[in-house]
Design a protein around this ligand. Structure first.
Ligand code: AMP
Length: 121
């Protein structure tokens, strides 16, 4: 599969410093910042600094260093945001997954008791 990265997506602009963000944590390979429209008391987005459109793109093509750095950031956010009672991590992907921003991001959502993951059908 070809992954076509759009360098003008909003998270690319955040990484270039063209748009402000509320940073929670940063390392060489990842940036974590607050979602502008939080769905819970804690709603942080963790993104890689490299140009990856989706979780499957990142998992396939990111280097071991990038992958370790990304998940180190996830672990650090869980600590600093006090998510020891649990949380939800979501990576919406492409059309079926209703992904709005085409730069891989992991939502970390918590800080309260959450409801069912998907609406019951
Ligand atoms: P998704 O549907 O998974 O692509 O989610 C994109 C998320 O990015 C949404 O939860 C938005 O609220 C969030 N978002 C969009 N623009 C910004 C921004 N400038 N700063 C922080 N979060 C944003």
């Amino acid at each position: 599969m070809d992954f076509d990265y759009d360098t003008n997506n909003i998270f690319a602009k955040i990484l270039r410093g063209e748009i402000p963000n509320q940073t929670v944590f940063e390392n060489d390979h990842a940036l974590a910042f607050r979602d502008i429209n939080p769905g819970a008391p804690v709603h942080v987005l963790v993104i890689p600094k490299g140009p990856y459109v989706s979780i499957d793109h990142f998992a396939r093509d990111a280097s071991p260093e990038e992958q370790v750095g990304f998940f180190a950031a996830v672990a650090r956010v869980c600590e600093v945001e006090n998510l020891s009672q649990g949380f939800r991590s979501i990576a919406n992907t492409r059309t079926h997954g209703v992904q709005d921003v085409p730069h891989f991001h992991l939502h970390l959502i918590g800080g309260k008791q959450l409801g069912a993951m998907l609406p019951q059908s």
